[in-house]
Write a protein that binds this ligand. Sequence first.
Ligand SMILES: *Cc1c(COP(=O)(O)O)cnc(C)c1O
Length: 233
Amino acid sequence: MPENPSGAPLEQRLARVETRLREAERRFHRPPGAVQLLPVSKTRPAADIARVARAGYHAFGESYLQEALGKQQELAALGLEWHFIGPIQSNKTQAIARHFDWVHSVDREKIARRLSAQRPPQLAPLNVCLQVNISGEASKSGCTPDELPALAAGVSELPGLRLRGLMAIPARESDFGRQRAAFRRLREARDALNAAGLALDTLSMGMSGDLEAAVAEGATIVRVGSDIFGPRK
Ligand SMILES: *Cc1c(COP(=O)(O)O)cnc(C)c1O
């Protein structure tokens, strides 16, 4: 079996992440399988995606459009589901609307309107999460918590989109309690939108370094790259 540069074979790393996730579900009283593991395959070759697909995964997260489109073509026979999780410029919306099943990183109405208008009518509406800048970092993408209610209300009306939930990439934090506090803010934002009449079923939060804290706070999708595929260059 070919080795990853980081040491353990991909299948072993994947199994370790699965164990972490199932243990976190148990520890925090989530139903078994309540949290979907989304392997994040940005910068990884198609061959590695195919190996993870053989291990039972059908959905993959990508951040860079051109790279993703190439791998989608190579792997077309596998019928995979693709999630766009990177920053979105206006000139990328048409290809994203055509070639992805989910977008986790919508953070302004202009982008949402373009994605909706450009979604091919023969496809199901594009599943969308709104990215929220939950830690208030100036450098991060995401709408502010203050902007969220109006953005969510607007996006929920767009016919080409299906608003599913919220996504965040909190500031890197090693303390478990602080990791949880950031994810809790995203969950509370989701709960407030649902109380106002939306029906959001998705919290996309948690990565290699903080997936346990995200599971504790109600994540339904964790997005894991390096702990599955090895460190990125
Ligand atoms: C790269 C990336 C991930 C995965 O991060 P790891 O720390 O490698 O697990 C998750 N979400 C987004 C939005 C990313 O860009």
